[in-house]
Design a binder for this molecule. Structure first.
Ligand code: F0G
Length: 351
């Protein structure tokens, strides 16, 4: 039968029943792409695979959690969902609310979300409000408002978000024919690392895999509260998606790190941008800057000699490059303008 979305595919692992109205845009089922050029660049030459979550319906991994959160909200009779967002959660909440025929309200940090994400939230008909503050301020407001009004919170504090997002781990195990040795990913509000770790653990309990991967999480240097062990009051990074100073799932991220024997480290904006370019021009995979943090982190930690050739490492590429066209243009050389003649073009291209 044709693919029907991740709730149908992984129903036995999810808190849904026959009564749950499944709100889906056929999210999930994203490719796991081998990355031979990056493998050669990383010390120890481990086998690198890219889980390209930018190919979800709204072009980020958030759709995995949102299909669950919105389906359960509708099941519970909710008429509105609300989130704080650095952009992707708002795009996804807006799309799934549109699909369900309910309202979406999103709070975004003023001037700090990528253009494509804002376009999505607006086009899907969400009520978008920019807050004069950062993501952490917006999340605090959303928590308070949703506790007082009949509006369902769909940030990853909503446990159904984590339930949906754990499906990424299931897919990876099926695609690899077992678990990877390591998984590398960006960490912002820390819901996704929590979800993946839960997914791997459940797949092992179900006897589908034998071992668990080591979880490697990477924050941006200017927004690295978990690495530093304290709240960052004014988080700063070009990777706006992970510009978060007080992650909601902080403790769970530490558990994923410690239980798996992994690590959470930070990468600089320069390292993030290098990995961003490398993915796009070296492997043909265009991601947004935050999504490149996992690859940047691998390049960094590999210098300690922790990987070998037989290791399989999966990088979660959380969002599509087209989300942030400004950053892409600013990171590139402006195309030259020439006369509309064959001679001028041939001269320019050097033939
Ligand atoms: N990568 C991208 C592209 C993201 O949008 C996010 C989070 C993350 C990584 C980090 O995931 O928060 O689960 O640790 N974006 C949220 C948002 C905060 O509002 O869209 P996390």
């Amino acid at each position: 039968m044709a693919y029907q979305g991740l709730i149908e595919k992984y129903r036995e692992f999810l808190p849904v029943s026959d009564k749950t109205p499944v709100i889906t845009l056929l999210e999930g089922n994203t490719p796991l792409i081998p990355a031979p050029r990056i493998s050669r660049l990383i010390e120890g030459n481990p086998q690198i695979f890219l889980k390209y979550e930018g190919l979800n319906p709204t072009a980020s991994f958030k759709d995995r959690g949102m299909t669950m959160a919105v389906s359960k909200a509708v099941e519970e009779g909710s008429r509105a969902v609300m989130c704080a967002s650095t952009g992707n959660t708002s795009a996804s909440a807006a799309a799934y609310a549109a699909r369900a025929g309910i309202d979406a309200i999103v709070l975004i940090p003023k001037g700090a979300i990528a253009l494509g994400k804002l376009a999505q939230a607006l086009m899907h008909g969400a009520k978008v409000v920019a807050v004069d503050g950062n993501f952490d301020d917006a999340l605090r407001l959303v928590k308070e408002i949703t506790s007082k009004y009949p509006i369902t919170l769909v940030n990853s504090l909503n446990p159904y978000r984590i339930e949906g997002q754990k499906s990424g781990a299931f897919e990876i195990c099926e695609q690899l024919g077992g678990s990877p040795d390591f998984q590398a990913m960006p960490v912002g509000n820390a819901g996704n690392i929590t979800a993946y770790w839960k997914g791997y653990q459940e797949f092992r309990e179900a006897g589908k895999i034998v071992r668990l991967p080591e979880m490697l999480g990477f924050q941006a240097e200017g927004a690295a509260p978990i690495v530093r062990g304290e709240v960052v009051e004014k988080p700063e990074t070009i990777a706006t998606a992970i510009r978060i100073g007080n992650p909601a799932s902080w403790r769970q991220a530490e558990l994923a790190r410690d239980e798996s024997g992994g690590l959470i480290d930070f990468v600089s904006d320069v390292e993030i941008l290098e990995a961003y370019q490398l993915l796009a021009s070296g492997e043909g995979v265009f991601v947004e800057p935050a999504s490149a943090a996992g690859v940047a982190g691998l390049i960094k930690v590999a210098r300690t000699g922790m990987f070998k050739e037989t290791d399989k490492i999966v990088c979660i590429l959380t969002g599509h490059g087209l989300k942030d066209p400004d950053r892409a243009i600013n990171s590139s050389v402006e195309p030259p303008v020439v006369a509309a003649t064959v001679e001028a073009v041939v001269k320019e291209i050097g033939y």
